[in-house]
Design a protein around this ligand. Structure first.
Ligand SMILES: [Zn+2]
Length: 430
């Protein structure tokens, strides 16, 4: 497989640690504040599993404000004011279930995405194990669409007026076996969805369930889908049929592809995270051939367990991407593919996304297996600023499965079958 080889230099992602921020020294001129990357690496190597020292957030969010705004916090009227931060409010707490009995397990929510339409209306989509995707109007949090697919939904992506859904479904030619299906809707014409098919004999998107998808919206739109079998498929828009045809396969991963992200830095790249514990960087500018430009594994400061999430992070002019893993570590990669920072979180990571607080400070939002959402601030060395947790204030009662960030809000979904939407009201106190 020529596309699996690692390139040596030449501007590609060699996977070598050409760390600009002094990873090998005590040089502290990092974008990530005064914390030293080496400390994290050392604790990592010495066995992070053994550590019981959960990092505590320095900002405690006011539970009453989270639930109901200033009117709910009696302390805010008192002379000293409230000792807890009034920075975020939970504006939605919606049960994503069919209503009619059933086992709550079936309603685990695995996917969330949101978009703003041309007239400024914000909509949030959720996808559940019960096979339904649901569309919520952010004005009222009322259900505006409820569409049942033929099996469990694993991923949803919305962009440029199109919704793409990855779900498990039966295939007529192979009875009793679910395969990976992908269906797309033009939201302006939702009555005529389009199915992604590998070929006539294989009328589905992947041989195994589709875990993730990503749209590249430009003059030549493409959709990337990642399957449990380890394959990534690139689909190109075909104006003749108005649908997407399989353009090429991106081969290399040997376990499920859990996350995809786009990354632009001296070219356009697709990032893929996998249960095979590697992160791959694919050069995608050539319409016909998508080459693997780098693989980040344990051999080059990568993760020790399955990678579950990857997202881009911009700090000023510098572009990074962040990966999260079941090994409970978040890793920050520079545009040369070097690992610039490793941060241990307070549990195995299932989801992450990057956003900004109202002061414009980058904040990384991380969803953990134990149901906690962590808010970490990159310019303070990924310090844990706040947590959203039902143990201490307000949060999910079950693993957080997916997160998405919008303008001044972010959404979280999880095994408690809940969609929660968190609105920024003020910056986190510095
Ligand atoms: Zn308060």
């Amino acid at each position: 497989m020529s596309n699996n080889r690692r390139r040596g230099g030449g501007g590609g992602y060699g996977g070598r640690n050409n760390n600009r921020f002094g990873g090998g020294s005590n040089n502290n001129n990092s974008s990530f504040g005064g914390r030293n990357n080496n400390n994290s690496n050392r604790s990592h190597n010495s066995g992070y599993q053994g550590s019981n020292h959960a990092e505590q957030p320095d900002v405690r969010l006011c539970k009453f404000f989270l639930l109901g705004g200033a009117g709910q916090c009696q302390s805010s009227q008192k002379p000293g004011g409230c000792q807890f931060a009034h920075a975020l409010q939970r504006v939605a707490d919606v049960a994503c279930s069919g209503g009619g009995g059933g086992n709550s397990q079936q309603h685990h929510v695995r996917a969330v995405c949101s978009y703003k339409n041309a007239s400024g209306g914000v909509y949030v989509f959720t996808g559940s194990k019960d096979g339904h995707w649901r569309m919520w109007d952010a004005q009222t949090w009322s259900l505006t669409q409820d569409v049942q697919m033929e099996g469990e939904i694993h991923t949803l992506e919305v962009d440029a007026g199109h919704l793409v859904c990855g779900y498990e479904g039966p295939t007529p030619t192979i009875p009793g076996v679910n395969v990976g299906m992908v269906r797309a809707w033009n939201l302006a014409n939702p009555a005529a969805p389009y199915d992604f098919k590998m070929s006539e004999p294989q009328p589905f998107a992947h041989p195994q369930p589709v875990y993730c998808c990503k749209m590249k919206v430009d003059a030549a739109p493409e959709v990337y889908t990642g399957g449990q079998e380890g394959g990534i498929h690139c689909w190109g828009f075909d104006a003749a049929t108005g649908g997407f045809a399989l353009k090429c396969k991106l081969e290399g991963h040997v376990r499920g592809v859990t996350s995809l992200a786009l990354f632009a830095s001296g070219g356009n790249f697709l990032l893929s995270g996998s249960m095979d514990r590697t992160l791959r960087i694919w050069s995608i500018d050539d319409p016909a051939r998508k080459e693997c430009a780098g693989m980040l594994s344990k051999n080059n400061d990568g993760h020790a367990e399955a990678i579950t999430a990857v997202c881009p992070l911009t700090m000023g002019d510098a572009k990074y991407f962040v990966s999260g893993s079941m090994d409970a570590h978040l890793k920050v990669w520079n545009s040369s593919g070097g690992c610039d920072f490793t941060q241990k979180c307070n549990g195995a990571i299932l989801a992450l996304d990057a956003t900004q607080d109202p002061a414009g400070k980058a904040v990384v939002v991380i969803g953990l297996v134990d149901g906690t959402v962590e808010l970490r601030q990159p310019d303070l060395g990924f310090k844990l600023r706040s947590t959203l947790s039902n143990k201490f204030s307000v949060g999910h009662n079950g693993s957080v499965r997916a997160l998405c960030c919008g303008e001044a809000y972010f959404c979280s979904v999880g095994d408690d079958s809940k969609l929660m939407v968190w609105q920024w009201v003020a910056p986190l106190p510095q």
